[in-house]
Design a protein around this ligand. Structure first.
Ligand code: ADE
Length: 423
């Protein structure tokens, strides 16, 4: 999301949006209040490489209240909300190094600066901070007592490092917590991806053929929401079980080679490379809209689209690039790429709603506290979020929504523990 404002007006808008997000983050607010009293991260340098959004600002405020000395850098060059980046240092005294649209050099220079201050705790969204630490700053890596990872792609990278024996620090897979992926990946991605597509294009989703590549939690959420808006949803998959799940959820499942000629809107959420590739572009209809909501900008082969296109692509609207191709019969067709093939929900909209980030970031904050409490006892492995943290976050979220649930009676507890009961 771009902002036209500058200076004091930009900062004021950032503060307003951070406060607006805070309203919908009751679990994080409760944690911030406790952290303010107990200071569990007192005096610790903490570097976070996350999307610079109003929701992330509230996480950083929570970590600051816990006594940490925090610095925030971007986890994607196009996801930074410049108003938030302006408000954080001026209104909350939190250092930020990030600018929307920063180039690769600036992006990595910020990541390097985040490591050069020798953080004791880190937070990552996509594992760029930790992988740069291991490649370029082995000393800094050794000083990190633990790191948190926010996204599926990052956890996959970290598990690969652990498998190779390359991981030097303990990492908590926040992404793998149910309080994260069941809600943020599914409902957050579902809603914010459609928000990005609609803001960028103004397309009518009803009646369109909407192709979702990948049926993990993000793909499930996106397919469900696109169907809810009246699209004919096609799912593509490489995993038999996930494909079967999509079929039984009532979606049409076909290979991308077939879907390419059918879709009006395509969105990748796979975590893999070149899921939409040269032959798929060749098969697409005139006016096809193509975007990605996976972490890295590798899922749509943008380079190949550029090679197929006649001349240079044209920015026809904010976040919409038009590529003109020959349709094979002497006529022209247009393909529209959203947000340069980067995360469309953050490039063209504001990311997931605060209410769902509340759970993800409450889990992040409590995982950081847990790492500090475990100091000296964790090994360089990928850890799951402790069950008590997940239970606590879910309980607080339900309470904030005014939802009460039943409690097992002593008789029911005994029954569940008794293996001798039966027919
Ligand atoms: N990832 C997806 N949506 C987000 C948001 N609103 N803030 C931070 N990270 C996000």
């Amino acid at each position: 999301m771009t902002s036209e404002l500058t200076g004091a007006a930009l900062t004021a808008q950032g503060k307003q949006r951070i406060e607006w997000a805070e309203r919908d983050m009751p679990v994080l607010r409760a944690i911030r209040e406790r952290f303010g009293k107990e200071k569990p991260l007192a005096g610790l340098a903490l570097s976070a490489c996350l999307h610079v959004t109003a929701e992330t600002a509230n996480l950083l405020r929570t970590l600051q209240a816990a006594g940490a000395d925090v610095l925030l850098v971007a986890s994607n060059p196009l996801s930074t909300q410049d108003d938030v980046a302006a408000a954080l240092p001026l209104e909350y005294g939190i250092q930020v190094m990030a600018k929307r649209g920063e180039d690769r050099d600036a992006f990595f220079s910020h990541i390097r600066a985040a490591l050069e201050r020798k953080p004791r705790i880190t937070m990552d969204d996509g594992a760029d901070l930790i992988s740069t630490a291991h490649k370029e700053y082995p000393d800094a890596a050794l000083g990190i007592m633990g790191s948190m990872e926010e996204t599926t792609t990052g956890v996959i990278r970290l598990r690969a490092m652990a498998k190779d024996g390359a991981l030097k620090i303990p990492v908590v897979a926040v992404n793998d917590a149910k309080t994260k992926n069941l809600f943020d990946n599914r409902y957050g991605t579902g809603q914010s991806t459609l928000d990005g597509i609609v803001r960028a294009t103004g397309a009518l989703v009803a009646g369109s053929t909407f192709v979702v590549a990948g049926y993990g939690w993000c793909g499930k959420g996106l397919a469900m929401r696109a169907r809810g808006m009246g699209a004919n949803v096609i799912v593509t998959e490489v995993d038999s079980l996930k494909a079967l799940e999509a079929v039984m959820d009532g979606f049409r499942v076909v290979p991308m080679a077939e879907a390419a000629a059918l879709g009006n809107i395509f969105c990748t959420v796979t975590g893999d490379v070149n899921v939409i590739d040269t032959d798929h572009f060749r098969a697409m209809r005139d006016g096809a809209v193509v975007c990605n909501s996976g972490h890295f900008d590798v899922e749509v082969n943008v380079k190949s689209l550029g090679v197929l296109a006649k001349g240079e692509p044209r920015e026809v609207k904010a976040n919409v690039r038009e590529y003109i191709l020959s349709d094979g019969s002497g006529k022209e067709k247009r393909i529209y790429l959203l947000g340069e093939g980067r995360l469309v929900n953050l490039a063209a909209a504001e990311g997931h709603p605060a209410s769902v980030m509340d759970m993800s970031f409450a889990t992040q904050a409590l995982a950081a506290e847990w790492v500090v409490k475990q100091q000296g006892q964790l090994r360089p492995e990928v850890y799951n979020v402790p069950a008590e943290i997940e239970e606590y976050v879910a309980r607080l979220k339900l309470a904030s929504m005014g939802v009460a649930i039943d409690v097992l009676t002593p008789e029911q507890e005994r029954y569940l523990a008794d293996w001798q009961e039966g027919t």
